[in-house]
Ligand binder design. Structure first.
Ligand code: MLC
Ligand code: AMP
Length: 503
């Protein structure tokens, strides 16, 4: 019986007393102890009636127990659906309903808000807290430390990751065992991870970057990770001499550079700094090298595709570029209207194909057809250019998306809420440069005739339904929105008008 994802990432470490997770208090969880925790978790899931193919949604803190739920899902053939801790009950309601999740795990702090959500959607709700306690932990305690691995193929679904769209609701990207496994194995080899490595893991584990890229690469390599509940610059600086690699979003690197203790000496034992999920400014790359002697390795990916391109390990890491297509991944720059392949040096929409590309959006055949071509190429919506050496540069986006500190924010979702607010005639949300987060949303409002807008009250109102990170950092009121002759709002003019607001 085989289960490629479980066998090749997790199962092969059975019995290994090697360190897998090192916690901030220096407590070590070995590979074997982790697998036992995962097996108990899988038994608890089965006791709650989950069967292969069911969905399990989690909105829980970043703990070893949370990661064990991911491993248990792989072993039991259950589809793992991790959710951002910042999402409100209203946001979670949609994910649970859309995915048909049978079980929801949440932190005790979220339980009151999610009880109705679970009930309405016929899901069971259990708790798993940041300290590892909770009703789900109680269930798992004492259960057997071995679980009979459920047979799966590479084509079977392993996870749903929800990603918003420029129009309409979020879409559940269906990732198969093969998608995750292939990318993890390619990346571990490409970035030369071995069992000697120690990765500083400060990314959240509800997104591709922290969950699949960071964790799966460590599992393939059999190395350890220093595992933190979240970003913590103090801890990074304290523990850097005990580590060899860091994966982060650009905000990690700009924050480190803001700290005078971050020096060449501190990074002496590090072999690799990797950045992705948002554009790394070429100037950050240059400043980083000047300060530490290390050249950040930038790579590019998406929820739907895992990682597509990466700067080389040995070759030239070109600042401002996302490197070359990864082994097995085809990348082309296309005309946004016709889909025809463009020449070297021309700017178009990037399309990618390979074993890393997802299977489609859950129960959204039409949306899938719009973005995933019949020949297997996925239309990323990123505007890019390829140079004669094959290096790809992301120059912009053909989609209305803001990336703040590595989190995606879709203006449409905010605009729909702003348009409903008292006295608002219409609105437009644009991303403007932000020194810490890269970009941040600003809402531009037009009042109905005679109305006086209370922007503080409007912002408070947004808080009820919208995760904090998506809320505009500023609202401005204007007489009218700039429009072109077709009547379309000219967001580029708004971006330009407010570009220095946070500079
Ligand atoms: C937190 N806040 C944010 C925010 N993160 N606001 C905007 N954008 C963000 N990204 C808000 C909180 O709501 C809070 O608001 C305040 O900032 C402080 O919160 P915090 O939790 O203390 O923030 P911090 O720990 O400093 O987090 C910032 C961060 C974090 C940048 C370290 O957001 C982060 O880890 N980002 C990584 C996201 C990621 O993993 N992306 C990968 C997606 S996968 P207030 O007002 O209440 O104080 C992908 C594919 C690929 O894109 O290629 O990898
Ligand atoms: P997500 O949907 O959260 O997976 O975000 C994917 C998007 O992040 C991509 O479509 C890009 O717009 C952006 N992205 C990821 N990595 C990079 C990078 N290195 N440079 C620029 N943009 C990136």
């Amino acid at each position: 019986m085989t289960n490629p994802l479980y066998d090749r990432l997790f199962g092969r470490h059975a019995g290994a007393e090697t360190p897998f997770m090192i916690l901030p208090d220096e407590r070590v969880i070995t590979h074997d102890a982790f697998l036992k925790m995962a097996a108990r978790t899988a038994h608890a899931m089965a006791a709650l009636g989950l069967v292969p193919g069911d969905r399990l949604a989690v909105q829980i803190g970043k703990t070893p127990e949370a990661l064990a739920v991911y491993a248990a899902c792989a072993q039991a053939g259950v589809i793992f659906l991790p959710l951002n801790m910042a999402y409100t009950g209203a946001e979670i309601d949609y994910f649970v309903e859309n995915s048909g999740a049978k079980l929801v795990l949440c932190d005790e702090k979220k339980r009151a808000g999610l009880t109705d959500v679970a009930q309405r959607n016929g899901a069971r709700l259990e708790t798993l807290n940041a300290d590892g306690s909770g009703s789900f932990t109680d269930l798992a305690r004492g259960l057997p430390e071995v679980y009979p691995t459920v047979a799966r193929s590479e084509d079977d679904l392993a996870a749903f990751l929800y990603t918003s769209g420029t129009t309409g609701r979020s879409k559940g990207a269906m990732l198969t065992q093969g998608n995750l496994l292939n990318n993890a194995e390619v990346l571990a080899a490409h970035w030369r991870f071995t069992n000697e490595d120690v990765l500083l893991h400060q990314l959240p584990i509800f997104h591709t970057h922290g969950l699949f890229v960071a964790t799966n690469v460590c599992l393939v390599a059999g190395c350890a990770m220093r595992f933190y509940p979240g970003f913590d610059a103090e801890a990074l600086i304290r523990d850097m001499p005990k580590a060899t690699a860091l994966m982060g979003v650009p905000t990690f690197y700009t924050r480190l550079l803001d700290d005078a203790r971050f020096t060449q000496d501190l990074t002496r034992g590090m072999r690799l700094f990797i950045s992705g999920s948002a554009p790394l400014l070429a100037e950050t790359h240059v400043e980083f090298e000047k300060r530490t002697g290390h050249r950040i390795l930038e790579r590019y990916g998406m929820t739907e595709t895992n990682m597509n391109t990466s700067n080389p390990y040995d070759g030239e890491r070109r600042a401002g570029t996302v490197g070359l297509p990864l082994p097995g991944v085809e990348v082309k720059v296309c005309d946004p209207k016709t889909g025809a392949r463009l020449n070297v040096g021309e700017i178009g929409v990037l399309e990618v194909r390979g074993p890393n590309v997802f299977k489609g959006y859950w129960q959204m055949a039409e949306k899938t057809r719009e973005e995933l071509r019949e020949d297997g190429f996925f239309i990323t919506g990123d505007l890019a250019m390829m140079d004669p050496d094959g290096y790809v540069t992301i120059v912009g986006r053909n989609k209305d998306l803001i990336i703040s500190g590595g989190y995606n924010i879709y203006p449409k979702e905010i605009e729909l809420l702003l348009d409903e607010a008292e006295g608002v005639l219409e609105s437009a949300v644009v991303g403007v440069p932000h020194p810490d987060l890269g970009e941040t949303p600003v809402g531009v409002l037009v009042a109905k005739a005679g109305a006086v807008l209370d922007t503080d009250a409007i912002l408070r109102g947004l808080g009820e339904s919208l995760a904090r990170f998506k809320q505009p950092r500023a609202l401005v009121v204007v007489a009218e929105l700039p429009r072109n002759t077709m009547g379309k709002v000219q967001k580029n003019m708004l971006r330009d008008a407010y570009k220095t607001m946070f500079a």
